[in-house]
Design a binder for this molecule. Structure first.
Ligand code: SAH
Length: 502
């Protein structure tokens, strides 16, 4: 049997986007992924669905799996012919024991590759606004482990460098301070501790060699954190770009997004870009239907329709699957006018080479109906491509106006409970600042999933933001009167409303 390769991959410092392109490739193709504690859950979404994920969690002084067992596991999997991604925080060769794992592979004839990562030693200071070198301030930096056993002497033979970064050093802080003073560093030397650097949980404490122990104690700062010592720390005053409510107005806000995962990425990224910590709690997901009779029939005679109305990006995607299934392409819609409800729907069509002929001014069924009717629908044949579940208003109004309407369900929405427990726990702990709703069904599904009593009890703990007037009305009717409502439909407006009220 072929021997698999072991990829020792640096996952980057915490922000899941700071993995390298090569690292992501290795992650996406591996048969087995062996990962540590400091790896963000989001990175694991790149792993193949059929790949095995093995957690070997590492914490200072407490290894879920001892190093020699990790070594053995990697070799065993590779010898069984599997491609193994060994995912490690930061860079695999910076206090990551990557060297030991590579040597063990070599000793057992297992091929390996190293994929360097962005080390927290540089990235966490960078996200705190601290460059590790700076002309005329620091021309050298050293990275040192602060991990010494309690009864051991302080880190000896500290390297001589303008900037020193200590990893694994929070508990040894008093010893580190003493050692630096003994080395001749002034009591006024600036020091920063960065905890959970590059993530939305980032916490920074600054002081001097003289004050830092008290500063850290007052802030109750716990590991994992690193310590930066040197004049460069002062640059944070001017360069604090990440954990900064001025440049990133939603910094420090925890926001629940209830939109279905397939549609949430724009909102999630927009919120994160502004500094928010996002908890996804989708309560619905879109799924293909078991039977597509109506939509398949419609597709078979598409040129008989004057209008095809798409009500969601999901609708477009699922309709498209059926179109392709029938061996057709965009040309099948050449005889029809196309209506797109909402900008996301318009984009989904554009991605398939179709310009919508009509976009309603507001994505509310009543308005869509009025504006379509204004274009003259009597005697026209109209296909509504949408979810199985939905309001009947549009269909009814168009019929009243004399149109011949065919309702073609293209997908259905199901409940998704995957993250309900963590959302509930966060609300219970008072950690949640906002809950966002992007449709009436997200409101009712969220209430059903978390429990109406639970929400009523905790209503004072968080604020509510809604994407538009109908959603806002549903929220209000269900005891979730919104604190912010987007001025126009669309995620940019929702984010703007949140920012204004935060
Ligand atoms: N190979 C890793 C370091 C492993 S040692 C790298 O290159 O980053 C683990 C130590 O790194 C932690 O104890 C902590 O001191 C530091 N560390 C890792 N991630 C961190 C982060 N996001 N913020 C601050 N320190 C971090």
């Amino acid at each position: 049997m072929n021997i698999g390769t072991v990829f020792l991959v640096g996952a980057g410092p915490g922000d899941p986007k700071l993995i390298t392109v090569r690292g992501r490739e290795a992650l996406a193709t591996a048969d087995v992924v062996v990962y540590d504690r400091l790896i963000g859950a989001e990175l694991l979404t790149h792993v193949r669905a059929d790949a095995e994920k093995i957690f070997v969690g590492k914490e200072a002084a407490r290894h879920a799996l001892p190093q020699d067992e990790i070594n053995a596991l990697l070799v065993e999997q590779a010898l069984a012919g599997k491609s193994v991604c060994r995912l490690k925080g930061g860079d695999p060769f910076v206090f990551g024991r990557g060297g030991e794992e590579a040597l063990f592979c070599r000793a057992h004839g297992v091929p390996f590759e190293i994929v360097p990562g962005v080390s927290s030693a540089i990235a966490a200071p960078a996200y705190a606004g601290i460059p590790v070198t700076q002309r005329e301030v620091a021309t050298s930096f050293a990275v040192v482990t602060g991990h010494t056993k309690d009864d051991e002497a302080p880190p000896e033979n500290l390297p001589v460098a303008d900037t020193i970064v200590f990893l694994m050093g929070v508990r040894a802080l008093p010893k580190i301070v003493r050692a630096l003073r003994a080395q001749g560093r002034a009591a006024t030397t600036p020091v920063a501790l960065v905890r959970w650097g590059t993530t939305t949980d980032q916490q920074v404490v600054t002081g001097t060699l003289e004050t830092i122990e008290g500063d850290v104690e007052r802030a109750a700062l716990k590991p994992p954190a690193l310590i930066v010592v040197g004049e460069v720390v002062n640059l944070r005053e001017q360069l604090q770009w990440f954990d900064n409510p001025v440049t990133r107005p939603l910094w420090g806000q925890t926001i629940i997004v209830t939109r279905a995962r397939e549609q949430a990425s724009g909102l999630v990224e927009g919120l994160q870009q502004r500094g928010a910590k996002v908890l996804q709690c989708p309560t619905i997901r879109a799924e293909a239907l078991e039977k597509f009779t109506v939509v398949d029939d419609a597709i078979a005679r598409l040129n008989g329709f004057d209008w095809v109305v798409f009500s969601s990006a999901n609708g477009v995607a699922h309709f498209w699957n059926r179109l392709q299934h029938a061996g057709k392409d965009a040309r099948a819609l050449a005889q029809s006018q196309i209506a797109a409800i909402g900008p996301a729907t318009q984009q989904a069509l554009a991605a398939r080479g179709l310009n919508a002929d009509f976009l309603p001014s507001v994505s509310i069924s009543e308005t869509v109906a009025d504006e379509l009717i204004a274009r003259g629908v009597a005697g026209r044949r109209i296909l509504l491509a949408r979810a199985m579940e939905g309001r009947e208003v549009l269909e009814a109004r168009l019929r009243q106006a004399g149109a011949e309407v065919l309702l073609a369900p293209c997908y259905r929405t199901l409940t998704d409970n995957s993250n309900v427990e963590s959302a509930r726990a966060a609300i219970e702990k008072g950690e949640v600042d906002w809950v966002t709703f992007s449709s009436s069904s997200t409101v009712t599904n969220f209430l059903d999933a978390l429990g109406r009593n639970f929400i009523a009890e905790h209503r004072a703990c968080f604020r509510v933001a809604c994407i538009g007037p109908i959603t806002a009305q549903t929220a209000a009717e269900n005891g979730l009167a919104p604190d912010a409502v987007a001025e126009s439909a669309g995620i940019e407006a929702l984010i703007a409303a949140l920012e204004k009220t935060s």
